[in-house]
Write a protein that binds this ligand. Structure first.
Ligand SMILES: Cc1cc2nc3c(=O)[nH]c(=O)nc-3n(C[C@H](O)[C@H](O)[C@H](O)COP(=O)(O)O)c2cc1C
Length: 192
């Protein structure tokens, strides 16, 4: 298979797989390191390399889920919060192996606008998902729960100007998922 066909297979084969569809099998830290090394090759304007990652597994992943559920409960009004949602956050890591928290850290002295720094982190994050796919690892890019709430930033001790890109749950899954796009590709492209 040539490089394009291999890349195409990986890109088209990447599917969002919810942690509930993972099987609890553990990923080696070596595989996680190799995947994160791919993130480091994302394009970066002015070489600010704004991507940063927290990697959690085992008890620390469980603790994060507990704290995430607590943050949700403490920061959501009694009229809108639900126990179903709290339990979903609490149990999010049960069958996942690792959680990679992907975030943007600005380089203050660089004159790169936030949008471009965030775009670079999105590219790095996609590299993680593709690296995982190539290794047969399922992934879920989530911005659910408290991801974008200021309480999460406080909990993670982030700086004011840091931005979370997402919570990436990684694990193995026995399920095969079909891809689906609603808008035809031709409707998204204008050839001039
Ligand atoms: C920035 C971003 C945030 C996302 N957050 C969530 C989320 O919170 N919950 C969720 O179910 N899916 C989330 N997704 C995954 C999308 O639902 C998923 O990509 C989409 O359904 C298409 O499926 P596919 O990834 O298998 O192609 C997110 C995706 C992106 C890019």
């Amino acid at each position: 298979m040539n490089a394009f066909d291999t890349l195409k297979q990986v890109i088209e084969g990447r599917r969002t797989t919810k942690p509930a569809q993972m099987n609890g099998q553990k990923i080696s830290d070596e595989d996680i390191k190799e995947i994160l090394a791919l993130a480091d090759w994302a394009p970066t304007h002015a070489r600010t390399e704004p991507w940063r990652f927290f990697v959690l597994s085992g008890d620390n992943l469980q603790k994060f889920c507990e704290h995430h559920a607590d943050l949700y409960w403490a920061n959501t009004s009694p009229e809108t919060r639900t126990e179903t949602k709290r339990d979903a956050l609490l149990n999010m890591g049960n069958k996942a192996s690792h959680l990679v928290i992907s975030l943007m850290r600005r380089t203050p002295e660089a004159k790169i606008i936030t949008e471009e720094e965030y775009a670079a982190v999105a590219a790095a994050t996609q590299n993680i998902l593709l690296g995982a796919t190539a290794k047969g690892i399922a992934s879920f890019w989530s911005t659910g729960g408290m991801t974008h709430h200021p309480a999460m930033k406080l909990y993670l001790e982030l700086k004011d100007e840091d931005l979370l890109m997402g919570l990436l749950y990684l694990g193995y899954s026995d399920e095969q998922k079909e891809g689906m796009r609603k808008i035809p590709l031709d409707d998204k492209i204008i050839w001039v």
